[in-house]
Design a protein around this ligand. Structure first.
Ligand code: NAD
Length: 501
């Protein structure tokens, strides 16, 4: 059987970018190789940047409403291929079909947001800021922008970046995760079918050499990155050294607090969805539950009961289970190791995801719950990025706030309570950038920025929302003064003769 070869997009050409090696793309549900992706080297970067650079002048000068109209066309394309895109996400990533549909929907909302760029990218004006002087700012595109994306949301995370960048008038090079390149390519095809001129959107596959060459290229103006913290930090540093604008979102360790007054069944069900949805491979997944001591036993018991009944298995289109596989065999083994590490460090394994044999060759592991975790343990400190939940029991509310201070990351944190004052204290003081009150996964929709902090974000302007527009544009300020004519008949003369003198 010939394996499908994924291509890169350079201007109007689908190409292998001269790659000397190809990496396998797996279906994580079955372990089958479903495609091969060309792993480009640094030398593949020049032609792609040139294509994006050449396209920039004409594209940036195209009226913004016409650019937005192409985005409306892209929106229609995604809508009419919605299920196919979700199927592709399920096939190469392993999410359940329901999760894949939801992720495409979140991405589509970014396209909707980008369609509003004619309003969003307006500048400001203030007349008579001094005598006869008017001041205005306009937002202009930057040039060639680069996006580097992770494996866990093959459609949504690329869609966080390029629709907005492009509609703002930039050209774009996407470097998707080599583990899930097929959805990105399909999005590229749909974008071209929507009438995007050649060179405005390009795709390059590969790993570190390509990423570093892209970031260092003199004609690249801005870098958007989403991935793990160590790589985010390195990308941010390299981009800064090369004078680029950069936003780099990293890993996370998100807490869900369950106060004594919360409805325990409701909270357990929200924690289950937040911790084990997408097999825990979400940067907004709950990875630490913090029940108040008086309700901790009841909470852990309720969660253990329902999580142990989750249907875990292979995922495919319209064949939903509650939880699918993780991305690779190595990743599953890494998650399994953490269960032993936690046990050795003195925690209690309340539910062991390794216990059920799911058969087949997929990278499937069940949900795990580790109880009596302390803030010095590795399962608390390190991002595991799988269906493994640590439980840290809190003595009181101060303990909760203190726990947040121990966490190096700073994406999301949620609290389940009926007490408005406690909710307010949590919102004001917990060490995280995105807060949920009785919401398990406090991920903002396209219209709001994705406000991770600490080791979860490096840069100034976040992805999504108005900060996204700010990131993909630069402001130009103009001060204007027209001197009043000394001769008061001047205006009359111009009016009558049509001539200045
Ligand atoms: P990753 O860091 O391994 O890879 C991300 C991208 O960087 C990929 O395109 C990859 O090819 C590239 N890359 C990998 N190593 C590199 C290196 N040394 N130098 C340059 N580029 C490199 O991340 P992943 O495993 O694909 O994704 C999971 C991670 O992404 C998790 O840590 C998760 O929390 C994070 N994530 C964060 C957010 C957020 O908004 N904060 C969203 C989604 C995922």
């Amino acid at each position: 059987m010939t394996v499908h070869r994924v291509m890169a997009l350079c201007g109007d050409r689908w190409t292998d970018g001269g790659a000397r090696t190809w990496a396998p793309v797996y279906n994580p549900s079955t372990g089958e190789v479903i495609a091969e992706v060309p792993m480009a080297e640094a030398d593949a970067v020049e032609p792609v940047v040139s294509a994006a650079s050449r396209a920039f002048t004409a594209w940036s000068q195209k009226p913004v409403v016409e650019r937005a109209r192409i985005m409306f066309g892209f929106h229609r394309q995604i809508e009419s291929h919605f299920d196919d895109l979700a199927e592709l996400v399920t096939r190469e990533h392993g999410k359940t079909f329901g999760e894949a549909l939801a992720s495409v929907q979140r991405g589509l909302e970014m396209v909707e947001f980008a369609c509003g760029v004619p309003s969003l990218a307006m500048g400001n004006a203030l007349p008579d800021i001094a005598r006869d002087v008017d001041c205005e700012t306009v937002r202009e595109p930057l040039g060639v922008c680069v996006g580097i994306t992770p494996f866990n949301f093959p459609a949504m995370v690329p869609l966080w970046m390029f629709p907005l960048a492009i509609t703002c008038g930039n050209t774009f090079i996407l470097k998707p995760s080599e583990k899930v390149p097929m959805t990105a390519v399909r999005l590229g095809e749909l974008l071209m079918e929507a009438g995007l001129p050649e060179g405005v959107f390009n795709i390059l596959h590969g790993g570190r050499p390509v990423v570093e060459a892209l970031i260092s290229h003199p004609q690249v103006r801005a870098v958007s990155f989403v991935g793990s913290t160590n790589v985010a930090r390195a990308v941010h540093r390299l981009a800064m050294e090369n004078g680029k604008r950069v936003q780099a979102a990293g890993g996370a360790k998100n807490h869900i607090v369950i106060m004594p007054d919360a409805d325990i069944e409701q909270a357990a069900s929200a924690v289950q969805a937040a911790a084990f949805g997408c097999a825990g491979e979400r940067c907004m997944a709950a990875s630490v539950a913090v029940p108040a001591e008086p309700v901790a036993d009841a909470f852990v018991e309720a969660l253990r009961n329902s999580a142990s009944k989750m249907a875990v298995g292979e995922t495919a289109e319209r064949q939903d289970v509650d939880m699918g596989p993780v991305i690779t065999r190595e990743h599953r083994e890494r998650i399994e190791t953490y269960i032993d590490v936690a046990h050795d460090e003195g925690a209690t394994v309340a539910l062991d995801g390794r216990q059920v044999d799911y058969g087949g060759n997929g990278y499937i592991i069940g949900p795990s719950i580790i109880d009596h975790v302390g803030p010095d343990m590795r399962v608390f400190r390190e991002e595991i990025f799988g269906p493994l939940l640590s439980v840290v029991r809190a003595r009181d509310f101060d303990d909760v706030i203190e726990l947040g201070r121990h966490c190096n990351f700073g994406n999301g944190a949620s609290i389940f309570t009926r007490d408005g004052y406690i909710a307010r204290q949590f919102k004001r003081h917990f060490n995280a950038g995105m807060i949920g009150i009785n919401v398990g996964v406090p991920a903002p929709m396209a219209w709001f920025p994705f406000t991770g902090r600490n080791q979860s974000f490096f840069g100034d302007l976040h992805l999504q929302g108005e900060e996204g527009v700010g990131f993909y544009t630069q402001q130009r300020m103009t001060l204007t003064r027209w001197f009043a004519p000394s001769d008061h008949s001047h205006a009359d003369t111009v009016w009558k003769t049509g001539r200045h003198h």
